[in-house]
Design a protein around this ligand. Structure first.
Ligand SMILES: [Fe+2]
Length: 334
């Protein structure tokens, strides 16, 4: 069974530790899959993963259950052998076989949680995305940026089929660069602010990692914060929200939401082998600024989006087009 470390202050994320036995089983199955498939883009990836799921101890599914009102949890107990990894890739395009053993562990955990999926126009539909600093993109608000803080955001907030959970696996983080998480269930806002933010007021535009200019015809105003079936729920990406279109009282409430999320934000410097599981409806995530090395030893994360089949979304979202962005769902959709 996993153990949960006590939380003494809200400055720390909770942890769930996998047992050595479970880590060994995951490592064995993942190495088999990596050897057989060779790359993350191999045809038959989903079927090969699904064929091995029954071998995983029940502890795995328990460890990846949604993190509750904290909005995020760190899973530890897994290892990464730095010597085996090779250099950090310098572009996602060349990362399709890099760190594949750990990538397969990440995918096994993601599959235990729900349905891993990708986006057709993000890293060419890969089910596991590579987060590494990219030369020339230091100032972008995407996973390829570095020298500017990545503002807290809901992953793929622009899309009605965004992930329920996102999982970030750490392969390398020598400078202990912090990933930030802030739970909307820890903030304080008054009734009027919450009422304003629940009004569908502004659209959220696709982020730069999709590489295409959004068509204004697809824009739909959405709420930023509302009361979901199990508590306050968030859809928030200020870097891609045209706040200048809103009236001042809405902007003031939005600014207060931003300030509150900042106040409750927790930074986790992930260590190799650690996984951060974020509830994408409850918490926003970001990254502190850092200086990229570009020498093969850079910070290196892998990310998987996971759909939770039992997680309802606002019925109104069913009518959104998501700017035409298509999901890639080899593990099934709904
Ligand atoms: Fe993100």
């Amino acid at each position: 069974m996993f153990s949960s470390a006590p939380v003494s202050t809200p400055q720390h994320l909770r942890r769930r530790s996998l047992s050595a036995r479970t880590a060994t089983i995951l490592d064995r199955v993942a190495r088999d899959l990596a050897a057989r498939l060779g790359t993350i883009t191999a045809p038959g990836l989903a079927a090969a993963v699904d064929a091995r799921m029954a071998e995983l101890p029940a502890e795995v599914a328990e460890a990846v259950r949604p993190p509750g009102d904290d909005g995020a949890v760190i899973i530890d107990g897994l290892g990464v052998d730095d010597a085996e990894l090779g250099p950090t890739p310098t572009g996602w395009q060349e990362a399709e076989a890099a760190g594949l053993g750990f990538v397969m562990i990440l995918l096994l955990l993601a599959r235990s949680a729900g349905q891993p999926f990708g986006w057709r126009n993000q890293q060419r539909g890969r089910i596991v995305n590579t987060i590494i600093p990219a030369p020339g993109q230091e100032h972008t608000q995407t996973g390829a940026g570095s020298t500017v803080p990545l503002a807290p955001h809901t992953e793929d907030a622009f899309h009605p089929r965004r992930a329920g959970l996102i999982m970030l696996g750490c392969l390398r983080n020598p400078d202990r660069v912090g990933t930030t998480v802030a739970s909307v269930r820890r903030i304080r806002l008054d009734h009027d602010q919450r009422r304003l933010l629940a009004e569908p007021t502004l659209p959220i535009l696709p982020d730069d990692s999709y590489g295409t200019a959004p068509d204004p015809e697809h824009e739909v105003p959405v709420p930023a914060l509302w009361e979901g079936p199990d508590g306050p729920t968030l859809r928030f990406d200020p870097a891609y929200t045209p706040l200048d279109r809103a009236e001042s009282h809405y902007r003031a409430a939005y600014d207060e939401l931003t300030a509150e999320l900042d106040r409750v934000s927790v930074a986790a410097a992930l260590a190799p082998g650690e996984l951060l599981v974020i509830d994408n409806d409850v918490a926003v995530h970001g990254r502190v600024p850092f200086t990229a090395r570009y020498d093969g030893t850079d910070r290196w994360l892998q990310r998987v989006n996971v759909r939770l089949p039992d997680r309802p979304r606002r019925p109104a979202e069913a009518a959104e087009t998501g700017y035409g962005e298509q999901v890639v769902e080899p593990f099934g959709g709904r």
